[in-house]
Structures are given as structure tokens and as C-alpha cells.
Design a protein around this ligand. Structure first.
Ligand SMILES: Nc1ncnc2c1ncn2[C@@H]1O[C@H](COP(=O)(O)OP(=O)(O)OP(=O)(O)O)[C@@H](O)[C@H]1O
Ligand SMILES: [Mg+2]
Length: 283
């Protein structure tokens, strides 16, 4: 009996959040580092389905850093990171696209479809979604900066009750161009701002943004972030992530969260409970 009451209580606690978020759009960045094992992927799918069924419009942008590195290793292609970005030559670009758009994208859409929602996997190359140019005059090879975004495909899919699952690859300027490798965090923030998302949530492999003693920052603002970057407290893959949070917020997204994708049901905890998990970045 006590257990029944607790269950009811838990559901009631979620009510205000459901009321606030129904009909709003959330962009979820599903980090390569959070796609660790089938058990966690299963929990992720359950969380997405629950959010979808209470009327939240979901867009998923995924990364795939680990799997790209593993495939490059298998093919004996070397990869180097500068400022948390993978320097991408033409041969690596082919692998990046195969892994992101071919393998991971379909894995995620199949997973969600198996749970009874309609997920549809696309890449930024589809329907003119993302166009890019070389970042910093080609300092990182085929790593791209997004120059144009046509979000009509995303809007149409949402309107038709699909969950778009987006691989962060962009078209180049000319026909036959191999395309650009876009950091998934930055692709997610651009898309979130362009569709007027309420929230963007980055699922990764740390509890959030940590200080030098591994303590979690539960809230961060722009000035603090700049300082932490200068001091080297924020480094590597966390650099594009905090930049993406700031870009999303500047673009009108209300809140950006960095949460631990290794924790079971991290999404539900963040969205439907008062505890919240991870770091929230506010204007
Ligand atoms: N201050 C910090 N707090 C927490 N993590 C940090 C910090 N500075 C750097 N990092 C690094 O950032 C990493 C997360 O970024 P990373 O790019 O590796 O993952 P991801 O973006 O989730 O995955 P993918 O790039 O494949 O989509 C952490 O594993 C950690 O090593
Ligand atoms: Mg990353």
C-alpha cells in the first residue's frame, strides 16, 4: 500500500513539468560517449518515448566520437584532436560520414522505432538542412562551420509526429564536395536555436562541468565559462559543448543542460523531477 502511494506521489510530482513542457520542443544531443551499452541505450529510448508521449516534441542530434575513432583505428588512419575537434582529411571524412550517418544514425532510429515511436534518421546533408564552410580557413581540414540552415525538414517531421534523428554532417559549397564534419554539439545548438527549442540537453560521459577538484558546477554563466576555458579547467570535448550551450542560449533557447548520460534515466530525472542533474547554463 505504502509503495502504491509512493508511486502515485512520483507521478504527481511530474505533473507540473508535464504541464510546462507539453507542446514544447527539446533538442537532445546524444553524445557518442553516452551511447555506451545496450542497457543504457534501452533506458535512453524509454525516456525519449515517455517525453514524446506526454507531448514534448523531440529532436535528437547525435555524436559518435568513440565509434569514429575505433573505425579509423581499424582502417589504420590516424586522427588528431585540436581544441576538442577532430582534424578531418578527405579519407577520414569518408569514415566519419559512414559511421555517423550510416551506422550510428540508423542504430538510434531503429532503437526508438522498436519502442513504438516514429523516428526518422537524416543527416545535415538531407533537404538542405546544414550547409558549411571550412572552419578557421581549414585549420581542422574538413571540420565545418555551419553557414546556412534550412530547418523546414525538421519542422515538417515534428509536425507529422516523427522524431528527427540527425547526424552532424553538412553539405559543402559545391557539387561533389565530400561534405563537412560538424561537431555534434554545435550542430545541435544551431538547430535548437533555429527551431525555437525550449531546452537543449547534452548527454555525455561526465556528471556535468567539473572544477579542478572534480566538483560539479550546478549552474554556470557566460563570464564564468570564459574564465574556466582560459584557465584550462574546461578543455577538449567540453569546449565545443559549453560554446554550444552559450550559442543556444544566445539564440533564444531558455536553458542548456549538460548531464551524465551514464546515469540510468538521466533525462527523466532532469526533465521531470525537482532535483535536476548535471550543469545548467543560463544567460
Ligand atoms: N571541466 C570539465 N568537466 C567535465 N568534463 C570535461 C571538462 N573539461 C573537459 N572535459 C572532457 O569533456 C569530455 C566530454 O566531451 P566529449 O566530446 O568527449 O564527449 P561527447 O561530446 O559527449 O561525445 P561525442 O563528441 O562523441 O558526441 C569529458 O569526457 C571530459 O574528458
Ligand atoms: Mg564531443
Amino acid at each position: 500500500m505504502k509503495r502504491n502511494i509512493e508511486q502515485v506521489q512520483t507521478l504527481l510530482e511530474a505533473l507540473p513539468y508535464i504541464k510546462t513542457y507539453t507542446n514544447k520542443t527539446f533538442v537532445i544531443k546524444y553524445g557518442g560517449s553516452a551511447q555506451i551499452n545496450p542497457k543504457l541505450q534501452e533506458k535512453f529510448a524509454q525516456d525519449i518515448v515517455l517525453m514524446y508521449l506526454v507531448g514534448i516534441k523531440i529532436v535528437i542530434v547525435h555524436g559518435g566520437g568513440n565509434k569514429i575513432s575505433a573505425m579509423l583505428d581499424r582502417l589504420q588512419l590516424k586522427s588528431e584532436f585540436i581544441d576538442g575537434l577532430r582534424v578531418t582529411d578527405e579519407k577520414s571524412m569518408e569514415v566519419v560520414e559512414m559511421v555517423l550517418s550510416g551506422s550510428i544514425n540508423k542504430e538510434i532510429s531503429s532503437l526508438l522505432n522498436a519502442h513504438g515511436v516514429k523516428a526518422l534518421g537524416i543527416s545535415g546533408k538531407d533537404a538542405m538542412l546544414l550547409k558549411a564552410k571550412a572552419m578557421d580557413n581549414g585549420k581542422y581540414g574538413l571540420v565545418g562551420d555551419i553557414t546556412a540552415i534550412d530547418n523546414s525538414v525538421v519542422k515538417n517531421l515534428i509536425a507529422e509526429k516523427f522524431i528527427p534523428v540527425i547526424a552532424p554532417i553538412a553539405s559543402g559549397e559545391s557539387v561533389g564536395h565530400p561534405g563537412y564534419n560538424i561537431n555534434a554539439d554545435l550542430a545541435a545548438s544551431k538547430i535548437a536555436a533555429s527551431i525555437g527549442a525550449e531546452k537543449i540537453i547534452f548527454m555525455t560521459d561526465t556528471p556535468g562541468v567539473l572544477d579542478n577538484e572534480k566538483n560539479l558546477f550546478d549552474t554556470l554563466r557566460e563570464e564564468e565559462i570564459q574564465k574556466l576555458k582560459e584557465e584550462g579547467v574546461i578543455f577538449g570535448g567540453m569546449i565545443p559543448k559549453v560554446d554550444a550551450c552559450l550559442e543556444a542560449i544566445d539564440g533564444g533557447v531558455k536553458k542548456a543542460h549538460i548531464i551524465d548520460g551514464r546515469v540510468e534515466h538521466a533525462l527523466i530525472l532532469e526533465v521531470f523531477t525537482s532535483s535536476g542533474v548535471g550543469t545548467v547554463i543560463k544567460k
